[in-house]
Design a protein around this ligand. Structure first.
Ligand SMILES: Cc1ncc(C[n+]2csc(CCOP(=O)(O)OP(=O)(O)O)c2C)c(N)n1
Length: 513
């Protein structure tokens, strides 16, 4: 057995059965071993930002790592933006990056780079194999690191000679550790704070946003009147009818500050202390009001669901409490695109059990609350702020959950970063309806320019405009073999979206704004 073969046997033994890949010469022994050994589905992405974004969507939906296969330092760095987004979503991921043979590095051939340095900057765990006999154990280490709560990025560098050399041994897979339980003193201390009944907010993220986590948080809210909020961007949240409708902290700093101005207690459940997305002149970075206190109920790697249930028990909450019902009724609205009206229309049409991948930037700002009453769904957002996340995440989510409809809500400028994902969706015949918000501008950046106190001028207009030349989404989709329709009213969107959801397979709807 060579090193590459031991690697694949170890991946299969560790339950890593999907590999999103864009290989090169240094990965040829790995590819050849994939030809001979069953058990790993290989999915080609035509750029590394696609590959890593697919692994993110896959990991968020399965809770298990996919592997990526990337080529040397430049391949890894091309994929960093979506590794960054995955890292902030706590997505488990195993990156396998081929590199020059160990003895070849001294010659400084063209693809030589500080791959280990690049990898360290974006991963929780990095190892470079030194011998074929250790590749299996190294791979087992990568799988264990990726599976460590709350989910981590593990990067294994595979010099070509460790892949082709004989003497490979299959690594032994260690059982995945349970999440640590929050200790009783912490629960008691937070319960004490909440019993004072001063205005309080629980900020929820990660595991706290599962259906069970939300139910437990709802028990806490029922017992003490605390408000519930999610972080500004959610990695994955159980939403829709029957799920506890928790709104997110607004992106706009002033709105977020207003929301927290009366709050005296902030309790973090798997979440960080809320801060502004960016610093703006004269505005604070942290959202908490002066004089308020911030406490941690559970860290992201701890069992947030159990902690919330223990807290609810400590507050004397009944085991089952009514789930609040949001009063907004989804309805089909007619006319031109308007964010709230679109949200209502989407909520009325979203298929049951859909997965929504959102990278909709300005067009997505108003989507969250008005879709509380959609059919039950899972909602995935861009957690790291690196745009170009939507198309690949939807692609990976569709590989992970072939029986569910995936709806990708994608801003046009952000969509151009990882457009090639559409090709992978067609090639794999994935069940994704892509909705592109085509406003032909980096619209959000006008708002950001005003927010830093500047006014638009010649350069900013030049840098934010996407209309010259016109981005022809019908041709872009067609060029990658995807069927598409362009709409410019909510009623025509509703017709096309309904029929796209009734059939299976990839489809693109351009919504001209
Ligand atoms: C990787 C990366 N590069 C650049 C940016 C900066 N950026 C934020 S939003 C944006 C433009 C978004 O425009 P579009 O996707 O068309 O959304 P719109 O605001 O028009 O809805 C850019 C370039 C970023 N967030 N991430």
């Amino acid at each position: 057995m060579n090193g590459a073969e031991s690697l694949i046997h170890t991946l299969v033994a560790g339950g890593v059965d999907t590999c999103f890949a864009n290989p090169g010469t240094s990965e040829m022994h790995f590819v050849s071993a994939l030809d001979r050994i069953e058990g790993v589905r290989c999915v080609l992405g035509l750029s590394e930002i696609v590959v890593t974004g697919c692994a993110d969507g896959y990991g968020r939906m399965t809770g298990r790592p996919a592997s990526t296969l990337l080529h040397c330092g430049p391949g890894f760095t091309n994929g960093i933006a979506n590794i960054h987004n995955a890292r902030r979503a706590f997505t488990p991921m195993v990156n396998i990056v081929g590199d020059h043979a160990t003895y070849h590095r001294v010659y400084d051939a063209p693809l030589t780079s500080d791959l280990e340095g690049f990898a360290r900057s974006a991963s929780h765990w990095v190892r470079s194999s030194v011998h074929p006999s250790t590749v299996g154990a190294d791979c087992a280490g990568a799988i264990a690191a990726a599976n460590a709560a709350p989910g981590q990025i593990a990067t294994l560098i595979l010099p070509a000679d460790t892949a082709w050399g004989e003497g490979g041994e299959v690594g032994s897979i260690s059982p995945t550790q349970q999440r640590r339980l929050v200790d009783e003193q912490t629960i008691a201390a937070v319960a004490q704070q909440l019993k004072a009944k001063v205005p309080s907010v629980l900020v929820l993220y990660g595991q706290a946003l599962t259906e069970e986590g939300l139910k437990a948080a709802n028990r806490v809210a029922h017992a003490c009147g605390a408000k519930l909020r999610t972080s500004a961007q959610v990695s994955r949240m159980a939403r829709g009818q029957g799920r506890v409708p928790v709104d997110r902290i607004p992106y706009a700093v002033d709105a977020a500050l207003k929301l927290f101005e009366e709050i005296e207690n902030i309790i973090l459940v798997g979440a960080k202390a809320p801060s502004a997305f960016f610093a703006y002149p004269g505005k604070p970075s942290l959202i908490a009001a002066k004089g308020s206190s911030t406490s941690v109920l559970a860290r992201p790697d701890e069992d947030c669901v159990v902690a919330l249930d223990m807290l609810a028990d400590a507050l004397g909450a009944p085991k089952v409490v009514p789930i609040p019902v949001d009063s907004r009724r989804p309805e089909l609205i007619k006319g031109a695109f308007e964010p709230q009206a679109f949200a209502s229309t989407l909520a009325a049409l979203l298929p049951e059990n859909a997965i929504v991948c959102e990278d909709a930037v300005t067009s997505g700002r108003a989507l969250f609350a008005p879709t509380f009453n959609a059919a039950p769904n899972d909602w995935l957002q861009n957690t790291g702020g690196a745009i170009g996340f939507g198309f690949p995440c939807a692609t990976g989510a569709a590989v992970a959950a072939p029986d569910r409809k995936v709806v990708c809500l994608q801003a046009d400028g952000a969509g151009m970063y990882s457009l090639q994902s559409l090709w992978t969706q067609v090639r794999e015949q994935l069940d994704v309806v892509n909705v592109v918000f085509s406003n032909s501008v980096y619209k959000i950046l006008y708002g950001e320019l005003l927010a830093v106190g500047a006014t638009p001028g010649r350069a900013s207009n030049e840098l934010f405009d996407l209309s010259r030349p016109h981005l022809d989404w019908m041709s872009l989709a067609k060029g990658m073999g995807m069927e598409s329709v362009s709409v410019s009213t909510l009623e025509s969107f509703a017709d096309v979206f309904k029929s796209a959801c009734q059939r299976k397979g990839p489809f693109l709807i351009e919504f001209k704004i």
